[in-house]
Design a protein around this ligand. Sequence first.
Ligand code: NAP
Length: 291
Amino acid sequence: MNILILGDSGFVGNVVNKTISKDNEFSLNYIDNFRVGEIDYRSVIEEKIEQNNIEVIVNCIAMANVDLCEENKEQCFQVNVDFVRVLADICKDKNIRLIHISSNAVYGGADYPYSENSIKKPVNYYGECKMMADDYIEKVLVDYAIVRPITVYGPKNKNERHNPVTFYIEKLMKGENINLVDDNYVNMLHVDDLALCLNKILKEKLKGSFNLSGDISECRYDLGYRICSVCGFPHNLIKKVSGSEFKTKAKRPYNTSFDNTKMKKTLKIKPKNLDNSILEIYKKMKNEKNN
Ligand SMILES: NC(=O)c1ccc[n+]([C@@H]2O[C@H](COP(=O)([O-])OP(=O)(O)OC[C@H]3O[C@@H](n4cnc5c(N)ncnc54)[C@H](OP(=O)(O)O)[C@@H]3O)[C@@H](O)[C@H]2O)c1
């Protein structure tokens, strides 16, 4: 299967890349120096499709900084909506399957847990744009998968960016205090589960939307408390603060936790145990620190 990955340098793109490159069934293709907004991307993509006989496009490109999107709406729209619409049109014209990475930001945060059939009701501009892109794909394409991972956690390699679990553990290992909010509830997804789901969706050519999450829904304070309990850090290092004390450009939804029934039943992926995974991540970080 000839796959073109767009946005492979990002966090999710990297997971997609690793997943696909491990499997001989998939052949990977990239476009060097691809920038939405700086090049005639439509013809660049079409050329790549012809040259490499592309059958599937996986789009991991996104302007994913929620606050930046609120400040720069034009760029957010260009990358998160316009570009995806063009991509969907190309896929329709050329009969190519599109796998698009979306976000829990399409949901409002009050009517949780959110399944694939829930009404989208974003509370910030980023979520609005992701919703517009999802809606367009659903309208024009038949052979597509919209993959919505919730906040992803997992072990981090040296040059990779932090996720909430590695960030809190690093601070707690240094004995630093952390202020953690009592809202922004999610049921975080382990990066290995994301990879397994993506593999299945690709291999079995599954269609439709997939909301991917773990089983435990908690706010950032609860997560910090759990990390202290599992790893043996003093609980007084973390302090609960009200979400309203944190002023951000973009509004955050209260609780976007997913109903992951489809992930379990259709994809047959059972989320990894959160406590065991936290302990594994902590042991890896402790080992790295000591070596
Ligand atoms: N990370 C998570 O925990 C998580 C959870 C839920 C959903 N998601 C969703 O997954 C998607 C990807 O997020 P991410 O966390 O992987 O974000 P990320 O690490 O910021 O990656 C974004 C990717 O998009 C590329 N990109 C951005 N603007 C571009 C442009 N104008 N032209 C070409 N490429 C551009 C970036 O390339 P450059 O680095 O070269 O700019 C990078 O490869 C988003 O829709 C996000 O909502 C992520």
